[in-house]
Design a protein around this ligand. Sequence first.
Ligand code: ZN
Length: 191
Amino acid sequence: MIKEEELRAYLSESGALLDGHFLLSSGLHSPNYVQCAQALKNPFWAGEMGAALAAMWHDAEPEVVLSPAMGGLIIGHEAARALGVNFLFTERENNEMVLRRGFALKPGQQVIIVEDVFTTGKSTLETAEVVKSYGAEVIGAMSVINRMGDKTLPFPAVSLVKMDLTTYKPEDCPLCRSGLPVVKPGSRKIK
Ligand code: ZN
């Protein structure tokens, strides 16, 4: 099983941890950004991370893994493989998180939500709402990276790595003052 220091080294060398000047979805600026897809592009490591998450889970036994697309697809699939259960995913339709493609949950079904990164917790909570709408039960959530800071989720949650990232309000950002262009991750430069 992978150790945390090995995983941290891999996250850096895979390009999942970026240095620069980033605009976060919260509106804050940061000198760091996590692009978990860069770590999950390697199937061996994706499998190792899924197995490590499954091994960390000691709460109620999940009957199905549910992940929000796109970020949760690969790690959710690998965690489901390790847990020996099916993998379903939610996606957005008219900006609302839903199950499509004939996917459904059964009333009372024990569901674990798996994500790449816990950031604000918003997508996890939206996914939990989908679970409840079917009368199924969220037994917990897992992620590769937790960068929620002091925030917690309203159910048991585990992550492989916790990261505390530096953030600045745009008006207090030393990177803005230094003239470094701010980048919205995953897209082109916006300034
Ligand atoms: Zn800035």
